[in-house]
Design a protein around this ligand. Sequence first.
Ligand code: NAD
Ligand code: DAO
Ligand code: ZN
Ligand code: ZN
Length: 370
Amino acid sequence: MRTRAAVAVAAGKPLEIMEVELEGPKKGEVLVEIKATGLCHTDEFTRSGDDPEGIFPAILGHEGAGVVIEVGEGVTSLEVGDHVIPLYTPECRECEYCLHPKTNLCQSIRSTQGQGLLPDGTTRFKMLDGTPIHHYMGCSTFANHTVVPEIALAKIDKNAPFDKVCYIGCGVTTGIGAVINTAKVEIGSRAVVFGLGGIGLNVIQGLRLAGADQIVGVDLNDDKEEMGRHFGMTDFVNPSKIDGDVVAHLVELTKGGADYTFDATGNVKVMRQALECAHKGWGESIIIGVAPAGAEIATRPFQLVTGRVWRGTAFGGAKGRTDVPKIVDWYMQGKIEIDPMITHKLKLEEINHGFELMHEGKSIRAVVEF
Ligand code: NAD
Ligand code: DAO
Ligand code: ZN
Ligand code: ZN
């Protein structure tokens, strides 16, 4: 079939909207009509050429929602008409990682996914001149139709609005999951969240859900305060506007250090601040932000010797086929909010403007609707 897509033709170039050829689903695969997709920093990291593992041409996008149009041979868990969210972290429920309670990093299709291919080692997309186009993070949601392995699709409530729940495909689950699955925050905790963007705001609403008493938000941009407070932030700190050291300030504000801190900036200097404002003896710091290629973190080992813990999280530690439908239900039940974070709605033709809004710090989430 033919479908319309925004294609990343080369590193650093704007995406090009074009008709592409899409082959139908093979064994264990599913054809999905994408109804909406969010634009995440990781897409821009690859588009811009900053991602050393970026492969071109490719159809980017990993934060989508849509409808099953066709299932390939052997697909048993999904049928035509089901509503789904593609998962860049699949859940095969069979590999050593899926069977381990401490990780969500299913490895069953890891190597082909990393090469921009489906599990049989081939691509379903090509340009009209026959040039193969790579998949991206196993999802390629910047296309009106895409083919995804069955194990990388979460079946969701058919009443859920695509233009909101697509965000659960990355940002919402990453932020809330970091609190619930990775940190396992207890009621009454004190927490500090660095970076109040599309991820940090979801960390904040995860902390509210978990019953944290104090939720300190840290951002260089004062405009982020209002949205942070809306989602449950109790204190706001702009590091450029305080006297002295931000770590000392945060330790004092949290009465000795936070039980849990989160980096949602991707800046390695901030990651150090986040670790060092965690409470001596028991404070845990969770790295969510993805740092630039080659960047390294540093602290004095004594920070760890004296009981602080550094952890990282991918996709909020969520096992996608199991956890994503539950998060969609939480949204439908009003337990979590998404609507205010969808700050911009775009047509596919406007997708490059979405990346401009991201750079200008004007959007929390821009969503493309097909
Ligand atoms: P964003 O740009 O929307 O938000 C980042 C925020 O950090 C902005 O509000 C910015 O003003 C603030 N900031 C920047 N430098 C700062 C500093 N020195 N001190 C305090 N605040 C500062 O980005 P986002 O979409 O929220 O993504 C955040 C990070 O999470 C990115 O690195 C992204 O790649 C990463 N991410 C990780 C995962 C995962 O699974 N681990 C998933 C998705 C995104
Ligand atoms: O299993 O080795 C692996 C890779 C898992 C990839 C998880 C990526 C999560 C962080 C990237 C940001 C996603 C938008
Ligand atoms: Zn993402
Ligand atoms: Zn697995």
